[in-house]
Write a protein that binds this ligand. Structure first.
Ligand code: ADP
Length: 690
């Protein structure tokens, strides 16, 4: 019997029995899924016999265990005869049976493992009598049918399982992660499509093979044991591993391993899911590299240091050596500045390469003119990038990116691989370009800073020279005025004496301005030397007050000094401190029309605090932060008439920077100002010149 489904098998049996016995109708009754009610699920009738209404009537019938003929057989498990159904009160379809001319019936249980899976029921147009021989045959048929049904349901469920497995395998093939299962000896049980792609071996090659033969996770045996230990305890393990593919390339994966256990809980294998994380790692490393680069580049404004930092940063992340080539720019020396980070073994070949790259029309100009990165070896572009030429310099892969300044390209950074088989790819180019962007900015900043510093120094030098040149004729003017006053060339008239006195006041004023400019030029140029010693701040304050007293008296101002009786000693530069005191007192007197000046000193925080308070014109709040800028003066008719250079406070601040101290101001317009200075005491042994 070549029936493929259970229904077909039943149909075949029904037909075969009826045809063999020449019976008219056969039915198969089977319980529903929950085993409560019996339904007719198949029937067969002799052709050309009108039993339609009888068959149809069976359609609607459901029977409980024990109900009707099939129900009784289902319940008891014993076959049963009915001599004539048309006369049988138990038989629900007796009317229909009579109309169809059906009389005798036989119902046989279809047994399976001590239970019944269904009931076969046959009808004939004859009345029947019990026939043990026929019954035996029918029971045999039913047993056979039962076995067949069982086999078929087993096959069907197997087919379902297979289908499900195939579906799962297809699912696992569709995921973008390598799924590999092994038994406890590491023999591969399953290897999905992505594993083929990631590791390079096909499932066919891997199934049954031991895993450690091929993709060796770079695990120490200790680690491997620890992982296996966790899996044995039924826990899963997840972490990053370095693995190797068929081509021998090592790369990082994120691996999650879970135990495969039997129903009784015994560990039988391991399933590992691995994802290639090279890209992610690379992006993370790139980010780390760039932020480190940002930090290094921002840490110096010195041009040479910045150039060197760029080159050194690149090795080894972006290559085995790096050469930064900067174009000679405005105000630059003739030859192009170069920074190199080249290991000993490459020094000669890198130098030859550098010279070749810098040739007219060479690699450097190609990158600068095109403003795009170039990667070699390649057959296009500058000939220096040809395989043979690069090999001549021991270079396996070369990358050159432009340094693009705000207005124009300022140079080229060249990276080379000499030690490994690494080839520059797109992410490398991106990273190099990003580094070049930051480097270009840092180089431009360093250039600007250098230019500004040079400008500043030129200005200071200019001021120093001019002031110095002014001093000689000024000394002559003051000297001759003194001579005239002393009457060496004859006695002066009263009017002449007054004129000479004016000349002397003017000369003194000019001299103090020149002093201020010279002091400024000195601190600005960084040429001021520190000379520290034990210094009594109280004494310096008293001396300063004594020197300025006449000016205060001239304006009718009271000048009061308050310093510790026993002195106040700190280790600092005495001359510079005196300069600061005189300057603050001078300003206080200059910007005060009436009232008083108070100067005080006291020990604070291991140093000395100086306070100069006046009752003068005060400073507008918006100007408080500007008064320390060089040449800055409040724009007011008052100060204009008072005169000055606008340099005193900026010199004070520079001097205090040198001494390691601070200067602050509090002021209210029309009420007065208070300048507070703090000077630390330096360690005599660590105090050094500058
Ligand atoms: P200068 O006094 O030569 O103008 P400074 O650098 O000493 O230069 O001072 C800068 C400016 O700060 C002054 O022009 C003035 O406007 C303001 N200033 C300084 N000291 C005082 C003060 N004690 N009271 C009011 N304004 C002051």
């Amino acid at each position: 019997m070549a029936a493929t489904t259970a229904t077909e098998a039943v149909q075949t049996v029904l037909a075969a029995v009826c045809q063999g016995l020449e019976w008219t109708v056969a039915e198969y009754w089977a319980p529903d899924e929950v085993g409560k009610l019996l339904h007719r699920t198949s029937w067969w009738s002799e052709p050309l016999v009108d039993v339609r209404s009888f068959i149809d009537a069976g359609e609607a019938i459901t029977l409980t265990r024990g109900q009707g003929l099939p129900g009784r057989v289902w319940k008891t498990g014993a076959a049963a005869w009915l001599a004539d159904v048309s006369e049988e009160s138990e038989f629900a379809r007796r009317e229909a049976a009579r109309d169809a001319g059906l009389h005798g019936a036989l119902a046989v249980p279809v047994p399976l493992e001590g239970d019944r899976v269904g009931v076969l029921q046959f009808f004939t147009r004859e009345r029947v009598r019990e026939d043990p021989e026929l019954l035996e045959t029918m029971v045999a048929v039913a047993v056979h049918l039962g076995q067949m049904l069982q086999r078929q349901s087993a096959e069907a469920s197997l087919r379902k399982t297979e289908q499900r497995l195939r579906f799962q395998a297809r699912l696992l093939d569709a995921v973008g992660e390598a799924v590999i299962a092994t038994d406890l000896d590491g023999c591969v049980l399953y290897w999905n499509a992505y594993a083929e792609k990631l590791y390079g071996w096909t499932a066919e090659e891997m199934l049954g093979r031991e895993l450690s033969d091929s993709t060796s996770a770079a695990l120490s045996s200790v680690e491997a044991k620890a992982i296996l230990g966790r899996l044995r305890r039924g826990e899963s393990w997840s972490g990053e591993l370095i693995v190797r593919n068929r081509a021998g390339r090592q790369f990082p994966v994120l691996m999650t391993s879970s135990p495969i256990t039997r129903e009784d809980g015994r560990l039988v294998g391991v399933v590992g899911v691995s994802t290639d994380i090279s890209e992610r790692k690379r992006a993370e490393e790139g980010q780390r590299f760039l932020s480190e680069a940002g930090r290094v580049l921002a840490s110096s404004l010195d041009y040479a240091t910045t150039l060197r930092a760029v080159a050194e940063l690149a090795v080894p992340t972006l290559g085995d050596w790096c050469i930064v080539h900067v174009l000679p720019g405005e105000g630059q020396p003739e030859s192009a500045p170069v920074a190199r980070a080249v290991p000993e073994e490459n020094v000669d070949s890198a130098a030859r390469f550098e010279a070749a790259a810098a040739e007219v029309g060479g690699l450097v100009s190609a990158v600068v003119d095109g403003r795009i990165p170039l990667v070699g070896p390649t057959d296009t572009g500058p000939s220096l990038l040809r395989t043979e030429r690069l090999e001549g310099f021991g270079i396996r892969s070369l990358l050159a990116v432009p340094l693009l300044g705000l207005e124009a390209p300022i140079g080229v950074v060249q990276f080379a691989v000499t030690r490994s088989a690494r080839r520059y790819d797109d992410p490398d180019v991106e990273l190099a370009e990003e580094l070049a962007r930051r480097a270009a900015l840092a180089i431009e900043n360093a250039r600007l800073y250098r230019r500004a510093e040079e400008g500043n120094r030129a200005k200071s030098d200019f001021l120093a020279v001019v002031s110095h040149e002014l001093r000689t004729p000024l000394n002559a003017i003051a000297g001759y005025a003194d001579l005239m006053q002393s009457g060496v060339g004859g006695k002066l008239s009263a009017a002449h004496a007054r004129h000479v006195e004016r000349i002397k006041v003017g000369a003194r004023h000019l001299s103090s301005i020149i002093d201020e400019i010279l002091a400024y030029a000195r601190v600005e140029s960084g040429r001021t030397e520190l000379s520290v010693s034990r210094t009594d701040v109280a004494e310096i304050v008293r001396e300063g007050a004594l020197a300025m007293e006449p000016d205060a008296r001239d304006k009718g101002l009271a000048l009061r000094v308050s310093v510790p009786e026993g002195g106040l000693t700190v280790v600092t530069d005495r001359g510079k401190l005196r300069q600061i005191v005189i300057n603050l007192l001078g300003n206080a007197i200059k910007y005060t029309q009436a009232g008083s000046i108070d100067v005080a000193a006291r020990p604070v925080d291991g140093g000395a605090e100086l306070r100069v308070r006046d009752t003068g014109i005060g400073i507008a709040p918006e100007n408080l932060s500007r008064i320390f800028e060089p040449f800055w003066q409040a724009e007011s008719p008052n100060t204009r008439t008072i005169g000055g250079t606008g340099l005193g406070l900026s010199v004070n601040r520079r001097l205090l920077d040198l001494l390691g101290g601070t200067i602050d101001v509090e002021s209210e317009e029309g009420v007065g100002s208070t300048f507070t200075v703090w000077i630390p005491s330096r360690e005599p042994e660590t105090a050094h010149g500058r």
